[in-house]
Design a protein around this ligand. Structure first.
Ligand SMILES: Nc1ncnc2c1ncn2[C@@H]1O[C@H](COP(=O)(O)OP(=O)(O)OP(=O)(O)O)[C@@H](O)[C@H]1O
Length: 325
């Protein structure tokens, strides 16, 4: 994509700019960059443009830098919810974030990209429903919470193990993401845990606006979470911040709060990596019970719903209010 004179300049660009670089040319002292800004909020786009400009300004042979930021016409933003390891509550968080955003007036859809262990059909109370196809694209399944959803769980039999190789799983992900999402301004994507093929396809092909990283407070989970955050940044997906799930346990009998895994770890780890800390969701039996029953706590009242609402407000602010349309 680059001509010879520009090849050396490419190495000067920050990683997040290289990940979105479409072309870079150097002609008569003028460096012209074209970058893919699909899905980025205005502030992120400006930041990326400035960092690329700054990297090339004053470089040997460069008298002038021109940067063009191109974006797809569709103003649908993808929020990827990821985690370094399994079982930290990533799916629970994705469901409740989507429901809380919808409650705040956003048009939200949910894609369960956890192809091998889909759980969104259960979490949104849509088990047993089958999506229809229209124009060879899947039509999302309506849920009682105002959040349509597509999950492999809607396409396979309950409990059936899915053992696909990477490319097939990436193909399935593409089908879910390229469904009829016309009505959705925000697509929350529940990723599988870790840093594999699905995450890479997601970043390269669908260019999420940002990623939310979920971690529990244990040191090991945090280390994995930081690795996941690094992968997103390298792939050109800005990390919106880190959520600490299962933080502090409130005894349902006496109300005393204990901290089985310590306290403040995720916040400190996020700060070390220069990432925002988005808040804590307590370890709460009501969250598990309601989630298992397909009634997301974010759709109810009380402190659990408020914790998810607070997170949704932060995500909405981060998107720059643009999702309000
Ligand atoms: N804050 C919480 N309080 C109580 N239980 C929770 C909380 N968050 C998640 N859980 C429970 O923990 C279990 C694992 O949660 P979940 O399936 O969301 O994790 P995950 O990270 O998506 O896992 P997977 O690796 O399977 O994708 C579920 O039974 C869920 O109900």
């Amino acid at each position: 994509m680059t001509d010879n004179g520009a090849e050396g300049l490419k190495g000067l660009l920050p990683r997040e700019a290289t990940a979105r670089l479409q072309s870079l040319r150097l002609t008569e002292g003028r460096a012209t960059l074209v970058m893919d800004a699909t899905g980025l909020a205005a502030a992120e786009r400006d930041r990326l443009e400035a960092s690329a400009r700054q990297a090339l300004q004053g470089a040997p042979g460069v008298a002038e830098v021109r940067v063009a930021m191109m974006a797809d016409k569709v103003e649908r933003r993808i929020i990827a919810v990821g985690s370094g390891k399994g079982g930290v509550g990533k799916s629970t968080l994705a469901t409740n974030l989507a429901v809380a955003l919808a409650r705040q007036g956003h048009k939200v859809g949910l894609v369960d990209a956890d192809i091998y262990g889909p759980s969104q059909a259960r979490l949104l109370g849509t088990e047993g429903k089958r999506p229809v196809a229209h124009d060879q694209k899947l039509v999302p399944v309506a849920s009682p919470w105002g959040v349509p959803v597509l999950s492999m769980a809607h396409l396979s039999d309950p409990g059936q193990a899915i053992a696909w190789r990477g490319p097939m799983a990436s193909g399935a992900l593409t089908q879910l993401l390229e469904g009829h999402w016309e009505g959705a301004e925000i697509l929350v994507v529940d990723l599988p845990p870790g840093t594999g093929d699905i995450q890479l396809t997601m970043m390269q092909k669908f260019k999420p606006a940002g990623a939310v990283i979920v971690s529990t407070p244990q040191d090991l989970a945090l280390m994995d979470a930081m690795r996941a955050a690094e992968l997103f940044e390298k792939g050109g997906t800005p990390v919106i911040g880190v959520v600490e799930n299962m933080a502090g346990y409130a005894c349902p009998h006496c109300g005393e709060v204990s901290e089985p895994f310590g306290t403040g770890g995720a916040e400190a780890a996020a700060r070390t990596m220069g990432m925002p800390f988005l808040g804590r969701i307590p370890l709460d039996i009501a969250i598990r019970r309601e989630s298992d029953a397909g009634t997301p706590p974010a759709a109810g009242e009380g402190p659990q719903a408020e914790a998810f609402a607070d997170l949704a407000r932060k995500i909405s602010d981060w998107l720059g209010g643009k999702a309000d349309g």
